[in-house]
Design a protein around this ligand. Structure first.
Ligand SMILES: [Zn+2]
Ligand SMILES: [Zn+2]
Length: 348
């Protein structure tokens, strides 16, 4: 039985988050209603919570949350390929399906997309309604309380590594920032065949987690030229680097770290300016590129990775909260008290 009301974390204005009873969303044509199992906590949630987004992007009231997994409990008209009781992973962003980007398989770059917990109600709630074509079925062996973080942290790094960086078996990868995103990057890189992994952070607890994934770790606290240390350790052998923090300085370090012909992906957001030696673009054939989210066409592959057991969620996830404590989770994340990813459990 689907109730009429549900518990949800509703944002009413900057830092005005209330746990309240609201109507269970209706399930429109082509949509499915999903009973949410859990929702991973992402920095973007905090950005919305604190209203550190342009005025025109602010929508109130809004149920936050965009990194979720759950069980299909209702099928809208015309839905095929899914059944009641299916467990599904839900991507955060839903492209329009008609624009040139969507048609090119890059719905992550759609300019008229909707985002869960961004401009449509998200998943810090007992139920969420989403278009059925964005509900990706997972087999029951996948623990949704953990796998929810695959919707964003794992998918973002999967796309960056696979398509933006073109990772190959035997590659070496340096990851700057070993928080939720960085740990996911290390785990995914290992699963995509990377041979040597390097993790750079200033927090020993994060580096300890990275070491569990097989990474060689560097605590860069007070270190001026991290790339020199990495070059020494690797014998100048690192081909790929990822900025998972979002500082001008770490992007520059990543660029200086990769060897001739190397590639850098930026998946941390920053408004910093970055200073790079231009001669190294042509002279050493290095590239730096951004990577934004993940095209939804890759989700079936991501689900397979989850089903194979390749993602070590117990290393990636460092803390669990219950829905009524979601605001505390935001505060803890901002205070740097969460090493990896935090998960908000909804149904357990
Ligand atoms: Zn996110
Ligand atoms: Zn589109």
């Amino acid at each position: 039985m689907i109730p009429e009301k549900m518990t949800a974390a509703v944002l009413h204005g900057p830092k005005e988050l209330k746990i309240e009873q609201v109507d269970v969303p209706s399930c429109g044509s082509g949509e499915v209603l999903v009973e949410v199992a859990a929702n991973g906590l992402c920095h973007t949630d905090v950005t919305y919570y604190e209203a550190k987004i342009p005025e025109k992007m602010r929508v109130y009231p809004l149920i936050l949350g965009h990194e979720a997994a759950g069980t299909v409990v209702k099928l809208g008209d015309g839905v095929t390929g899914l059944s009641l009781g299916d467990n599904v992973l839900m991507p955060p962003v839903y492209g329009c399906g008609n624009c040139p980007m969507c048609k090119a398989g890059l719905d992550n770059l759609c300019q008229t997309s909707n985002m869960l917990g961004g401009n449509r109600h998200g998943a810090y709630a007992q139920y969420v309604a989403i278009p059925s074509r964005f509900a990706f079925k997972m087999n029951k062996s996948v623990d949704m309380q953990k796998a929810c973080v695959a919707a964003d942290a794992v998918s973002t790094t999967f796309y960056a590594l696979k398509e933006r960086l073109g990772i190959k078996p035997g590659d070496s990868v340096a990851v700057f920032g070993a928080g939720g995103l960085g740990l996911a990057a290390l785990n995914v890189a290992r699963e995509l065949g990377a041979e040597k992994l390097y993790a750079v952070d200033i927090r020993d607890e994060s580096l300890a987690q990275a070491a569990k994934l097989g990474a060689i770790t560097v605590n860069s606290k007070g270190m001026e030229k991290v790339f020199k240390e990495l070059k020494k350790m690797s014998g100048d052998g690192i081909r790929l680097a990822m900025d998972c923090i979002g500082y001008g300085s770490t992007i520059a370090e990543a660029f200086n770290t990769v060897k001739m012909g190397g590639d850098v992906a930026v998946i941390g957001f920053t408004l910093d300016n970055v200073e790079l030696r231009a001669g190294n673009f042509m002279g050493l054939q290095k590239r730096v590129g951004g990577s934004w989210g993940c095209p939804t066409r890759l989700f079936p592959e991501i689900v397979k990775l989850l089903e194979s057991g390749g993602i070590e969620f117990d290393v990636l996830i460092s803390k669990y909260y219950d829905l009524p404590d979601v605001e505390q989770a935001f505060i803890d994340l901002e205070a740097g008290k969460i090493t990896g990813r935090a998960v908000i459990r909804i149904k357990h």
